[in-house]
Design a protein around this ligand. Structure first.
Ligand code: ZN
Length: 295
């Protein structure tokens, strides 16, 4: 059994979702100490190499969400509605300076930051994305994992990780690496999904626990961690950041993609409006989190 990637303790219980990759099962666990949700076993370097290779990453036949060629670009463009919210939150802390993005995808957000006055650069693990960043926007983006990237100490004012932490086998050490790379007073910003923090997500987990069932997720195990506001805060704190702030949002009901059975979709649809209202007015139960911390 894998120890908790957040607190290191070995005491965890099953969490009712799992993924499959080449007939191997990756089950979700929830830490009994810090409540972090993670998949076990952790994917190996070979698994990750396969999952992020062009032929696999671009495979359109399965329901890979944002992780397929057409969806990848569409999701990047559709995701741009949230750019002003995310960059606005960063700008209130650091309005200008050297901006490094880990996992730039197709480069849309990094280009947006550049157009808003930052001196930008970044890395992207998928070769397809890194190439798109350079050819489409002329951005200074190298193809690399963050794990393999050489630390340049105290070089940046802002480090942004958008939809990255949920993919990392050791998110804590990567947040510490970002901390080393920030100038004193620099800001880290990490945007993550938080599916099981929303009303529908909470109900689904409660329902499956009651029924003793587990749900097979339709994607390969790209998401090896599931953050909540509490565990995102702990991850930032545990990596040395201070003045931590977690901003919760929920996707607007008109923009959500509905998957699953007719019943699933009906439940999701009917609960998305109240969820949207609650998150907007009270800042809780969001399915998207932006965590901010200062070095
Ligand atoms: Zn833990």
């Amino acid at each position: 059994m894998t120890n908790c990637p957040l607190c290191g303790k070995g005491d965890s219980r099953s969490f009712p979702i799992y993924y499959m990759l080449k007939d191997r099962r990756f089950s979700a666990r929830k830490c009994n100490n810090c409540r972090f949700i993670f998949i076990d076993p952790r994917p190996t370097d070979a698994d990750l190499g396969l999952m992020y290779s062009d032929e696999y990453f671009l495979f359109d036949g399965a329901d890979f969400g944002a992780h397929s060629s057409t969806d990848y670009e569409t999701a990047a463009i559709r995701g741009s509605v949230k750019f002003p919210i995310i960059l606005g939150a960063i700008k209130r802390i650091k309005p200008a300076g050297k901006f490094f993005e880990v996992g730039c995808g197709m480069g849309y957000f990094l280009n947006y930051a550049k157009n808003n006055g930052y001196d930008v650069s970044g890395i992207e693990y998928a070769a397809l994305g890194a190439e798109a960043c350079r050819s489409k926007f002329g951005l200074d983006v190298q193809q690399s994992s963050f794990e393999a990237w050489k630390v340049v100490p105290e070089a940046y004012d802002v480090i942004f990780l958008g939809d990255v932490l949920e993919h990392l086998v050791d998110p804590l050490s990567m947040l510490k690496k970002a901390h080393e790379m920030l100038k004193p007073g620099g800001v880290v910003a990490a945007e993550v999904p938080s599916t099981f923090n929303s009303i529908v997500g909470r109900l689904a987990v409660t329902g499956m626990d009651l029924l003793g069932k587990e749900r097979k997720m339709s994607m390969p195990p790209y998401h090896v961690n599931e953050f909540t506001p509490g565990t995102l805060r702990k991850a930032l704190k545990g990596s040395g950041y201070s003045q931590i702030r977690i901003i919760q949002r929920v996707k607007a009901p008109s923009t959500i993609t509905l998957r699953g059975s007719k019943f699933d979709r009906a439940v999701k649809k009917s609960l998305q409006y109240p969820n949207y209202f609650v998150t907007k007015s009270m800042g809780v139960l969001g399915d998207r989190l932006l965590g901010l911390g200062i070095k």
